[in-house]
Design a protein around this ligand. Structure first.
Ligand code: CP
Length: 320
């Protein structure tokens, strides 16, 4: 693995999941692997889980982890090639990234999309510029279109449940990604990424359900069953992943905020006693009801805790 930007960087998902679960069982088994190595975590956007779980993961491997909130503490970065920098940006990524590459052995970056210009967002210019100019491995802490550490975590969490309570012989788990209401338009990253990882994993029957107009980019969803009928999708589901996203086609728009799409206990009755997943943070009683989040089927805390083991497995592959 050279970088960790998408599922394409991973040759064997199950091997990476197994490695993460080994770290969960024995967090300090490679505590000397990263000694005298430094990891830089650059945030252009807020975070709780990603920031802290990646720091903990690096420290479990003996690495020093330094967080830099670029959006609050750094110079405003310019990413456009050939820009005449007579506006608000102060430093070009071409100048900053090689310096950071000298300070750190691995660089991790979180950026969000603008949700204004689809072409710009889906070009992944920010992450690509760091890959081009930093000269060290880059880990995405969520980019404009993807959130690979979250998706690896999600598969770890699904796998963990399957190991603890296997389904009937030979049956693949039924995994459903369902759109949920929200008060504002959110990126498509988590949903794109979950879709591409579940499709690449190939060990689940995968259904995506959303209201009309919320179709995700086909390059991520190809292979999944897609339906506007949430009731039909939830039938016999083993895992239900709840997430809001804004429109991809009518880019960045919130087309509807239909509260009837919120997952409820009543809807859960048609699932196979499904585990309910969400990447967090979650707007309670907008995206997901209290009754579900506080109930026995919610695995959101376990899922968020697993972020450490996903990050540890990925960092261990990239530390030299
Ligand atoms: N799921 C996730 O990425 O959480 P944070 O935004 O808190 O990092």
């Amino acid at each position: 693995m050279k970088n960790f930007i998408s599922v394409s960087d991973v040759t064997d998902i199950n091997a990476l999941v197994a490695k993460a679960l080994e770290y969960k069982a024995n967090p300090f088994k490679d505590k000397l692997l990263g000694v005298n190595r430094r990891i830089g975590l650059l945030f252009l956007n807020p975070s709780l889980r990603t920031r802290l779980s990646t720091q903990v993961a690096a420290q479990n491997l003996g690495m020093e982890a330094i967080v830099f909130n670029v959006d609050k503490e750094g110079w405003a970065l310019e990413f456009t090639e050939g820009a005449v920098m007579n506006g608000t940006t102060v430093e070009h990524v071409k100048d900053a990234a090689p310096i950071l590459g000298n300070y750190f052995d691995i660089l991790c970056i979180r950026t969000f999309p603008s949700l204004k210009n689809r072409e710009d967002d889906y070009s992944e210019m920010y992450i690509k510029q760091f890959i081009k100019h930093a000269g060290v491995p880059i880990i995405s802490l969520e980019s404009a279109t993807l959130h690979p550490l979250q998706s690896l975590t999600d598969i770890i969490t699904i796998k963990e449940h399957l190991l603890n309570s296997p389904l009937a012989a030979g049956r693949k788990p039924n995994v459903v990604l369902t759109w949920a209401p929200h008060i504002k338009p959110l990126p498509q990253c988590v949903s794109n990424s979950f879709s591409e990882w579940i499709n690449a994993w190939g060990e689940a029957n995968f259904v995506i359900t959303h209201p009309p107009g919320y179709e995700l980019a086909e390059k991520f969803t190809k292979g999944a069953t897609i339906t506007h009928n949430q009731h039909e999708a939830l039938q016999d589901a083993d895992f239900v992943y709840v997430k809001n996203w804004s429109a991809y086609n009518d880019y960045g728009k919130m087309l509807s905020n239909d509260a009837s799409w919120m997952l409820t206990e009543e809807k859960m009755k048609i699932t196979n006693n499904a585990k309910v997943m969400h990447c967090l943070p979650v707007r309670r009683n907008v995206e997901l009801s209290d009754e579900i989040l506080d109930g026995p089927n919610s695995v959101v805390t376990q899922e968020a805790s697993n972020r450490v083991w996903a990050a540890q497995a990925v960092i261990s592959e990239l530390v030299k």
